[in-house]
Design a protein around this ligand. Structure first.
Ligand SMILES: *[C@@H]1O[C@H](CO)[C@@H](O)[C@H](O)[C@H]1NC(C)=O
Ligand SMILES: *[C@@H]1O[C@H](CO)[C@@H](O)[C@H](O)[C@H]1NC(C)=O
Ligand SMILES: *[C@@H]1O[C@H](CO)[C@@H](O)[C@H](O)[C@H]1NC(C)=O
Ligand SMILES: *[C@@H]1O[C@H](CO)[C@@H](O)[C@H](O)[C@H]1NC(C)=O
Length: 377
């Protein structure tokens, strides 16, 4: 409904008449000045209600759902439901030279999507053959959130296929990207990584396989390495970037837990539900003594990691080191700390300028000697 010009003029005069009591004010300010206290009060009230709702949601909704449902715990831990499959069928469109998409069957009905990137030191698909030569292959097991196309994951693939001269295979576990849409679980993602490893072993019986895990992928790596040791099919080396000792300890020390730490039953509400649920209770510490001590390991951790605090990774290092003490011909486990000044945090160690040299040194020498912590980089 629109006002006629006359009616509008009347209203304006009316407003002016009302306002003329306030003779120090400008004409243009009048209606707004009168309305402000109400709008202000209403907005404040709305904000307050929203705040209370948010606090209730966070302090009651979150703990309740964590405690009620394993599906919620699995979704919170992996965050795979937030990923998209867009463009994943074409790795070259993400800037990966000489790469292909392929699928591997894991458990019945579960199909795992992966990218293969050929070592860049040979002509691209020269013999129309995948995995040419006897180059080593890096099997990359990523952490939670996003897919194999995340920026830090692309960087790692480029560096390994580039200067380090290995083939690279990066997988998305079930529930992530274009892999079968099923909520992941510990047993599920370990099965997925085992299926990918076995596939590589079948394709390249003569090649070395190096497993690179990042974040929660380091835990997947520990469980996988234990299974492989049981099957006498060990990888040539293991690299753990931003490793955790256990999910329970990460929940306790993670910065996202800070707003909840004052709650007296913090452990019972937030930690125990994860530790008591075999679908999410990753405990790398518990795997350490079941790995083959002859497999060399390299661990990388940034001191400013806010997601998996440095202490969690270092604690796992100490457990693995101690498990190898006194074992004849045990391979070393080398721990490399990165100074906070780099700002690498949880996901950017792969951008370190000399990462390729560091990895080449580790793979090339495979030194048999004492385990050690290198000076900070
Ligand atoms: C892409 O790969 C081919 C063969 O593998 C290589 O000759 C070429 O230099 C690579 N290009 C880039 C940009 O890395
Ligand atoms: C790969 O290794 C096998 C077994 O050691 C050897 O027979 C074959 O010639 C090698 N292939 C290449 C391309 O080096
Ligand atoms: C993983 O594999 C094991 C052994 O085959 C099987 O018992 C288990 O159910 C599998 N896990 C899932 C989530 O399918
Ligand atoms: C992890 O395993 C270790 C060794 O078995 C055990 O001492 C520790 O309590 C476990 N931690 C969690 C959080 O379950």
């Amino acid at each position: 409904m629109s006002l006629t010009a006359t009616a509008r003029e009347d209203l304006r005069l009316q407003a002016f008449a009302n306002a003329s009591n306030y003779n120090t004010m400008e004409r243009g300010d009048l209606p707004e000045t009168k309305a402000r206290p109400n709008i202000f009060k209403n907005t404040l009230l709305a904000l307050l209600i929203m705040l209370i709702a948010l606090v209730l949601l966070i302090y009651i909704g979150v703990p309740l759902s964590i405690n009620l449902s394993t599906t919620v715990r699995r979704q919170i831990l992996f965050l795979s439901f937030l990923t998209s499959s867009e463009g994943l069928s074409d790795p070259e469109s993400f800037g990966l030279n000489c790469s292909r998409n392929f699928f591997t069957t894991s458990d019945p009905g579960v199909r795992i999507a992966s990218w293969y990137m050929q070592s860049q030191d040979m002509p691209c698909f020269a013999d129309k053959e995948w995995f040419p030569g006897n180059s080593s292959t890096v099997l990359y097991l990523h952490g939670i959130t996003r897919t194999r196309s995340a920026r830090n994951r692309l960087e790692l693939m480029q560096k390994m296929a580039g200067r380090v001269k290995t083939h690279v295979v990066a997988i998305d576990y079930r529930g992530f990207g274009d892999s079968t849409n099923e909520t992941p679980s510990l047993s599920g993602v370990v099965n997925d990584s085992l299926a990918a490893y076995k596939r590589l072993r079948n394709i390249m019986p003569n090649s070395k396989i190096i497993i690179w895990g990042h974040s929660l992928g380091t835990s997947v790596t520990m469980y996988l390495a234990r299974k492989l040791h049981e099957q006498d099919d060990d990888p040539a080396a293991i690299i753990l970037e931003a490793a955790l000792d256990s999910v329970g300890n990460v929940i306790v020390h993670n910065r996202l837990s800070k707003p909840f730490k004052w709650i007296p039953w913090f452990d019972e509400i937030f930690v125990k539900p994860f530790e008591n649920d075999p679908a999410v209770d990753f405990n790398s510490t518990a795997q350490a003594s079941s790995l083959n001590p002859k497999v060399p390991m390299l661990m990388l951790h940034a001191e400013d990691d806010q997601t998996i605090p440095f202490e969690n990774g270092f604690s796992l290092y100490e457990t693995i080191r101690d498990a190898r003490k006194g074992v004849e011909n045990a391979a070393p486990v080398t721990f490399v700390p990165f100074r906070a000044a780099h700002g690498f945090g949880h996901s950017s160690i792969v951008f370190y300028g000399k990462l390729s040299d560091l990895v080449l040194g580790f793979l090339g020498s495979n030194p048999v000697g004492p385990s050690e912590v290198l000076p900070e980089i």
